[in-house]
Ligand binder design. Structure first.
Ligand code: GLN
Length: 447
C-alpha cells in the first residue's frame, strides 16, 4: 500500500484517482497483515485495488464523475465491494470516469480528463479510463470498472492491460450506479488474465439483492487457466478489411490470426447482416434506459441542489441543468425522445426487435465458433480533444465492443502489440453465455 500510495503521489497529473483512501488503506493493510500471520486471511490478501466512481463503497463519497452527486456518500456496499472486502482486498481509492459512464475517452468527467500513461496527450479510453490507467501505471494491482458498451474493454485496450466484461447476470449490479440496466456489467481491469479470473471468481454469483443475477455455480476460473485442444475462431471480416480501421490495428489483428491458425486452430471469417444496426440499437436503447434511470437525480434525494430556489419545478430544472454535464444531457434528451408517445414504436420498440435479431444472429454464429474475435477498437488511443466536437465519431470507438452488451455475452480484451508510436492495441474475444472459463483460458493462452 505504501508503495502504491507513493506512486499515486508521483502520478497525480494522470488524474486517474478522484480520491485516495491513504489512511484507511494503510489501516486495513495492517489488519490484513495480522490475518496473514495467523493464516486466516482471505484469497485476496495482498491485493490492492481501485474502484471506478460508479460502485458504492459504504461510507465513502460516490459521484459517478458528476457534479450532480457532489456531497453524496454511499449508504451501503455494492455486492462486489462486500465480496472483495470479505476476501481481504485493500481498496486504495475511487477512480475517475466519464460522467455516469457515458463516454469513450474519459473527457466527460466533472473531475477533468484522465491522461494515458503511454502518451499523456492521448485519452485513456472510457468510460473506465481512470481504472485502466491506474493499472497501466502501476497505481494499484487491479481495478473494478463497469462495461455497458465497452467501458472496461476499450480503455483496457488503449492502456495495454486486460479487461473482462462478464456475461450479463454473472455479476451482481447491486450498488452500481445505473446507466442502462439491461446492458450494465461490472468487470475487472488487470495486468494479467490470471488476475481477471481470480477477481471474477470472487465477485460473480447469485445475489438476493439483484434478481437478474444467475444462480449458476461459479467455476474456479483461476484454477483452470490452461487451454488445450483446437478452438474454432470466427473473426469479424470487416475488422481486418475495412479502410476505416487503423492499418496497424489491422496488421496486428491479422498477425494474431495467422499465429492462431499456425497453432492448428480453425480460423474463419464471419460477418453479421445486423452489424450496421449495432450502434443505432445500442444508442437508442441505452439512452432510453438512461433517461429513465437518471430521473431520480432531482436535486431533492441525492447530492447537488440548486441554491436560492423557491418552487419545486424550478428546483428540479435548475439542479439538473447545473448538475449534469453536456453528454449526459444529450443522452437524456435522446432517451426521452425515443420513449415519447409519438416516437416510441418507431424507435424504442423497433430497437428492441432489432436487439432480438442481433442476439439470434450472434448465437447462431457462436453455435459454429467458440469465439468471435476482432480488434477491441478501430484505432489506438486518440488525442485528447480530437473527437469531442463530434459525438458520432466518438460513438464509433465502440463499434466492436457493443455487440457483447447488446447480446449480454462475455468478452475479454487482451493486449496485442503496439502501433508505430508505441500505443497499445487490443484483441477482443467474445464467447458463449456463461463460458467465461473458456474465454479466460483461451485469453490466457494468447496473451
Ligand atoms: N462509450 C459507450 C457509451 O458511451 C460505452 C460506455 C460504457 O460501456 N459505459 O455509452
Amino acid at each position: 500500500v505504501t508503495d502504491y500510495l507513493d506512486r499515486i503521489g508521483r502520478s497525480e497529473s494522470l488524474n486517474a484517482f478522484v480520491e485516495v483512501y491513504a489512511e484507511d488503506a494503510l489501516a486495513r493493510a495492517r489488519e490484513v497483515d495480522a490475518r496473514v500471520k495467523t493464516r486466516s486471511a482471505g484469497r485476496l490478501a495482498g491485493l490492492v485495488i481501485g474502484v471506478k466512481d460508479v460502485i458504492s463503497h459504504q461510507g465513502y463519497a460516490l459521484q459517478a464523475g458528476s457534479r450532480i452527486l457532489s456531497g453524496y456518500k454511499s449508504p451501503y456496499h455494492a455486492t462486489v465491494i462486500q465480496r472483495v472486502l470479505d476476501e481481504d482486498a485493500v481498496i486504495i481509492g475511487r477512480q475517475n470516469c466519464d460522467e455516469f459512464a457515458m463516454g469513450s475517452s474519459n473527457e466527460n468527467s466533472a473531475f477533468g480528463p484522465v491522461a494515458n500513461a503511454a502518451a499523456t496527450d492521448r485519452v485513456p479510453g472510457g468510460s473506465s479510463g481512470g481504472s485502466a490507467v491506474a493499472v497501466q501505471a502501476g497505481l494499484c494491482h487491479a481495478s473494478l470498472g463497469s462495461d455497458t458498451g465497452g467501458s472496461v474493454r476499450q480503455p483496457a485496450s488503449f492502456c495495454g492491460v486486460v479487461g473482462l466484461k462478464p456475461t450479463y447476470g454473472r455479476v451482481s449490479r447491486w450498488g452500481l450506479v445505473a446507466y442502462a440496466s439491461s446492458f450494465d456489467c461490472i468487470g475487472p481491469i488487470t495486468r494479467s488474465v490470471e488476475d481477471a479470473a481470480l477477481l471474477l471468481e470472487i465477485i460473480a454469483g447469485k445475489d438476493d439483492a439483484d434478481s437478474t443475477v444467475s444462480s449458476a455455480a461459479v467455476p474456479a476460473y483461476s484454477a483452470s487457466l490452461s487451454w488445450s485442444g483446437q478452438a474454432r475462431i470466427g473473426y469479424l471480416e470487416e475488422s481486418v478489411t475495412s479502410e476505416a480501421i487503423q492499418p496497424e490495428v489491422r496488421e496486428q489483428t491479422l498477425s494474431m490470426l495467422r499465429k492462431l491458425e499456425a497453432e492448428g486452430h480453425v480460423v474463419e471469417p464471419v460477418s453479421f447482416r445486423s452489424a450496421k444496426y449495432l450502434l443505432p440499437t445500442y444508442y437508442i436503447l441505452t439512452t432510453a434506459e438512461a433517461s429513465s434511470n437518471l430521473s431520480r437525480f432531482d436535486g431533492v434525494r441525492y447530492g447537488y441542489r440548486a441554491k436560492g430556489v423557491k418552487d419545486l419545478e424550478t428546483l428540479y430544472k435548475r439542479s439538473r441543468s447545473e448538475g449534469f454535464g453536456k453528454e449526459v444531457k444529450r443522452r437524456i434528451l435522446l432517451g426521452t425522445f425515443v420513449l415519447s408517445a409519438s416516437y416510441y414504436d418507431a424507435y424504442y420498440t423497433k430497437a428492441q426487435r432489432v436487439r432480438r435479431l442481433i442476439v439470434d444472429e450472434t448465437k447462431e454464429a457462436l453455435s459454429r465458433f467458440d469465439f468471435i474475435v476482432s480488434p477491441v477498437a478501430p484505432t489506438t488511443a486518440f488525442k485528447r480533444g480530437e473527437k469531442t466536437q463530434d459525438p458520432l465519431q466518438m460513438y464509433l470507438a465502440d463499434i466492436f465492443t457493443v455487440q457483447a452488451n447488446v447480446t449480454g455475452l462475455p468478452a475479454i480484451s487482451v493486449p496485442n502489440g503496439v502501433d508505430r508510436e508505441g500505443l497499445p492495441i487490443g484483441f477482443q474475444m467474445m464467447g458463449r453465455a456463461f463460458e467465461e472459463d473458456k474465454l479466460l483460458s483461451f485469453g490466457n493462452h494468447v496473451s
